[in-house]
Structures are given as C-alpha cells and as structure tokens.
Design a binder for this molecule. Structure first.
Ligand code: CP
Length: 339
C-alpha cells in the first residue's frame, strides 16, 4: 500500500497539456526526452525551438513570469565545470517558468568525497528531479547520465563535444538580427579544436542552410573537420572575406596538453579579431563571441564593445529565452526517444 502511494506521489509528472498560448502541441519535438546535442536535430525541430524562444524574449524583457508552466517541477543545475552565463540563465529560465531550481555546487558536494558521477545521478534521481542540466569536462557525460536517470537531461556543455543551447541562442541572435539563417556565410574563428560551441554551431548552421567556414591555425583544427560540411581557412583575411557573421572562439588553454599556439601576443597578431581584420567581412557583418572572452587574445576590446557590430551582450540575453524554450519543450516530452 505504502509503495502504491509513493508511486502516485513520486511518479514523473505527465506532460502538460497544450492550453498555454506559447505551448501549442508540436509532435515534431515533443517526442524527445533529452537535449544532448544539436547533431541529429532536424530543421523543423530547430525551427520550433527558435520560434518558441523568440516568443519568450519579450516575456523575459518584461520581467514577468509564466509560473504555471513548470510549477511543481524541479530543475537541478549540476555543473562540474565553471560557468557564469549558462548556469545563471538556466536558473533564471527555470524560475521564470515556475520551476523549483536547485544549484548544486560540485565543489561542496560529495563528489569531493569520491562519489562517482553515476552515484551522484542516482541520488538526484531518487529526489524526483524532473530536469537535470549538466556541464562536465568529459565529452559524453550527459549522455551517460541520460541513460541512468528518469529526469530529462540537458547538456550544458560536455568537454569538447557539444553545447547545444549555446548554438540555439547564437542562432536566435542571428535570426533576429539578419531575419534568416539560410544562405548566410558564417566564419567561426580560432580554437575550433577544443570548442564544443563550434561543433554545435557547425551542426546547427549547416542543418539550417548557412555556409560555414572555420578559420584558424592548423594546430587548432580537429582532424575530420572537412567531413562536417565546412570550408577550412588558415588565413583570417581569406576566411573573413564576405562573411555575414564573424563568430570568435575562446582560446581554451586549460584544455591544451601541449603548446599549440605561440605567445598570446603572436596569437592575437594572426588570429585575434581587430578592426583591420574585420574590415574583410561584409560592412554589416555581426561580431559574436560565446564568452567568456580573452580580450586582447582572440578579440580586441574595441571590436567586442562596438555597439553596432558586436551582438555579444544580445547573445547572453537570448540565452535566457532559449533555455526557457528548451525547458518548456522538454517538460512536455513523452520520453519515448532520446536525442
Ligand atoms: N558561453 C558559455 O557557456 O559561458 P559560461 O561558461 O559562462 O556558461
């Protein structure tokens, strides 16, 4: 009898119905239980998330909430790596939609006493968590968790693999500024080798019809990059010529096990974005950076803070709307298939 009552109380809440104006049922995406990667998403799925996120921009700006959407649901932010933007925006997004949000600080958790990732996950699972947002320095960690927990798992960046919500917020920023994604030329520049942001953006932008270039030194290009449908450039002037979007990447020294670049000063000279290099892109080209930025290493401050060309702050704003859309959508999933 006790077990029966426990089952009723603790059972995952059923998908919410589609009565909210922002939440008309869309069977295309709601079959997904998790968001682990952009690779594998279809254009309608990406389009659905971008449209829903766009509808949340105004709500987010107004500071209003839709607390009915995720009321009674629990979101746990489980971050094994540092984060400012992603963790905070998932927290804001969850709260705006009425979820109970818990930020787990790994530095003060039992992980430091030797608990394994799977034991941590099992513990959180037992607490009836509905949405688990995971950042980990090992590629594939969120995928492993997704196989072990009942919660919907959202990849908030895994090693050098993917950072799907970053690519979605980048796409929303581009779409709102340029009115389209299809047909644009996007130059992704710098440390492509270590960048999960680059990988997710390549999958999203090529899926949605952009021409994607990757620009950087040969030492910072992953093997097999040509198989991803991009053009590779080892010269900034050539790579930026005629680009609509210049997306800079952080030089990820913490992931380098050997010296792959000369000094920061030399790197900036050849690969850092300044006004002179930007002049090779289109006059109306937008400058993007996922943050955190290394000013004076991959980007000059004057370009990063240019009020006309730089959309870096807008990217951060779009992050909240995109994460609201992802939480909203996954909370309605039937859990039949994984991404
Ligand atoms: N872009 C990004 O993922 O930033 P954080 O590391 O601050 O979350």
């Amino acid at each position: 009898m006790l077990r029966y009552i426990q089952n009723i109380i603790c059972k995952r809440k059923p998908p919410l119905d589609g009565t909210h104006p922002n939440r008309q049922p869309d069977p295309v995406f709601y079959r997904r239980k998790h968001l682990l990667a952009i690779e594998g998403l279809t254009p309608p799925e990406i389009g659905h998330l971008l449209e829903l996120a766009d509808s949340y921009v105004l709500l987010n700006r107004s500071g209003k909430t839709q607390r009915d959407l995720l009321r009674g649901r629990t979101l746990i932010n489980l971050f094994f790596e540092d984060s400012t933007r992603t963790r905070t925006s998932f927290e804001l997004a969850g709260k705006r939609l009425g979820a109970d949000v818990i930020n787990m600080s790994v530095s003060t958790s039992s992980v430091n006493k030797g608990e394994t990732l799977l034991d941590t996950a099992a513990t959180l699972n037992a607490m009836q968590c509905d949405l688990l947002v995971v950042r980990h320095d090992q590629s594939g960690a969120p995928h492993l968790l997704a196989r072990k927990v009942d919660a919907a798992v959202i990849n908030a960046g895994d090693g050098t693999h993917e950072h799907p919500t970053q690519a979605l917020l980048d796409a929303l920023t581009i779409k709102r500024r340029k009115g389209r994604i299809e047909g644009l030329t996007v130059a992704i520049c710098g440390d492509v080798l270590h960048s999960r942001v680059a990988r997710s953006n390549i999958h999203l932008l090529t899926t949605m019809g952009s021409q994607v270039r990757v620009v950087g030194p040969p030492t910072l290009m992953p093997s097999g990059i040509n198989d991803l449908g991009v053009r590779v450039f080892h010269d900034m002037k050539e790579g930026l010529k005629g680009a609509d979007i210049v997306m800079m990447l952080r030089l990820q020294k913490e992931r380098m096990t050997r010296s792959l670049v000369p000094s920061a000063r030399e790197y900036f000279r050849f690969w850092g974005l300044d006004a002179e290099k930007l002049a090779h892109a289109r006059d109306d080209a937008l400058v993007m950076h996922p943050g955190p930025m290394n000013r004076g290493v991959e980007i000059d401050s004057a370009v990063a803070d240019d009020p006309v060309r730089s959309v870096i702050k807008e990217q951060v704003e779009m992050g909240v709307a995109v994460r609201m859309a992802v939480l909203d959508t996954l909370s309605r999933g039937t859990g039949r298939n994984d991404v």
